[in-house]
Structure formats: structure tokens, C-alpha cells
Ligand binder design. Sequence first.
Ligand code: DGY
Length: 334
Amino acid sequence: MRPKVFVTRKMRDAGLKPVLEFCDADVWEDEMPPSREVLLEKVRGVAGLLSMLTDRVDAKLLDAAGPQLKVVSNHAVGFDNVVVADATARGIPVGNTPGILTNATADLAFALLLAAARRIVEAEKYIRDGKWKTWHPSMLLGMDLTGKTLGLVGFGRIGRAVAKRAVGFDLRIIFYDPTGKPEFGAIKMNSLDDLLRASDFVSVHTPLNDSTRHMVNADFLSKMKPNAIFVNTSRGPVVDQAALYEALKAKKIFAAGLDVTDPEPLPLDSPLLTLENCLIVPHIGSASEKTRDAMARLAAENLIAGLKGERLPHCVNPEVYENRRQTTDDRTWN
Ligand code: DGY
């Protein structure tokens, strides 16, 4: 009998095909995610769950699934939607998709930086609004990149990929990451404050967790240079959006480019949407065909490995394997 799984959104064929071949899969076809109630119902009795970043996976959901649940595979590198401790406590490995979306996300961070610095969206709207009457020496002036300082908060895979791109733009690169090692000529800063005070552009590349939630608050923003640009391609809740709004509105910083917001989708009445110096796109960091194919493929590989009782190619809680070995050993001793 093929293992029963629930796939919470129709993903790219590259990943869907192997899942359909190996499993008895229930695939959620709507564009909108299943509601919490539907999700709790759909997971009942499954051996595997393939979740998206929009699905909260916690003790309640895992218990609704039942003790036969063998694996949760999250179709994202970020896994803040999963209460990993709850999965670990139940011996369930959780998979994610690291590495393959590094370049796409770094490209987007750079696109946001360039677009914010050169006021691309505002300039495009300028034409559509019928304001383009002539060429003028002071029309839509933005900021140069050359010779400026880029501050990267977080110097993991994506932060380093942004640094690599920055080299070609003649940026001086600094980073703050207690465990990061200098690469691409980037200089390691001793404190976040030092980085904020020295950067013309600040780009955030940290996961969302208790220590980074609302890390970008009024205090953080007040330490940035008056003409600085802020870019976020990590997770929306890393930023206190009310504080960002105030800083942008009062022109305490020049502009922001955001791929992620809190909440998502951003309500149309969000004050951020009233600002010309805030550029927002709808969480498209990994949204290229090749990258989404690779994510779907890896999510499928994690799911199938878990169903087979094999180690997941990318597991965020490998301690479940230690616990398992311990349990087996315990059984042998008994
Ligand atoms: C991830 O994988 O965490 C991204 O945010 C999705 O693009």
C-alpha cells in the first residue's frame, strides 16, 4: 500500500510527479491555502505532510495527524511556520530546502536595493501618471551604489551571495554575524550598532526566531544613516513595521525595499503602501521557475526519504535520529 500524504498546495511538477508516483497523495488544488480547520482534518491518518510556509505546523496539527505521521517536509528554506520542538518531541523529522534558493533570493535582494536606490518603481509610475514632460537635471534623483557601504545583517548562504554580487558594484561590504567568516572582501563588524552606523545600505539575512523578531525596531532604524536604504528578503516579523513606517515617513532613512511583510499578504490599508519611498513585492525571493522546480524536487525528496524511514537529505531537527537510536538501544537493553 502506498503511504498517504497531504500536500498543502499544488507545487511544480518536478516535485509533484515523484510524490504522486510514490504516495497516495491528497493535493490541495486551490490557490489559497487550506484553512486551519481543513488542514487539521486533512492530515488525519497521513504518513507524510508536505507543507508550505503559510501552514502552521504545531503540536495540535501533529496530534491531529496521529502517531503514524513519519515526516513533515516544508517547501521552503525558512521553517518558522513549524514549531520544530513539537515535531522533535514526537520524533518526527522536518525537512526544508536550503541552498537552492540562495542565488534567486540574493538576486532579488539586489534588485530591491537597486530599485530603491534609483527609484525605479516611482519613476515607472511617473510615466504612467502622465508626469513625464521633459528631461530635467533634477528629475527623480536617486543614489549611487559605487563606493558606498553595504551592511549585511546575517552572513549565511544568502548574505554571502549578496556580498558576491556587491563586489561587482564596487561596494564596500561589512557584515554582522557572530558565527560568519569573512568572504568576498567583506569586513566582519563587532556589533550590530557599528554596522548600522557605517552602512549606506542595510540588508537583512537572518532567520526569524525569538532573537530576531522585531530586531529592526525604532532603535535599530535610528542608528542608520539618514540617507540609508533598508532591504528585507528574510521574514516580515523581523521588522517592526510601525517603526519602519515612521522612519520612512519622517525621511529618517531614504527608502526601503521589502520582499516580506507582517502579515502576508500585506493588507491594502497598510500605511506602508502610502509611502513612495517604500517598495514592496509579494514574497517572491525564490520565485523563478528553475528555483521553484528545485525546491519542489527537494521537498519531494525529503518527504519520500522520511516515508521510507531514511534520513532526510535536509533535516532541520537531526536530533530526532539521535533520539531514535537511543530509543532502539533502550529497547535492546530491555
Ligand atoms: C523560503 O524558502 O524560506 C522562502 O522565503 C520562500 O521563498
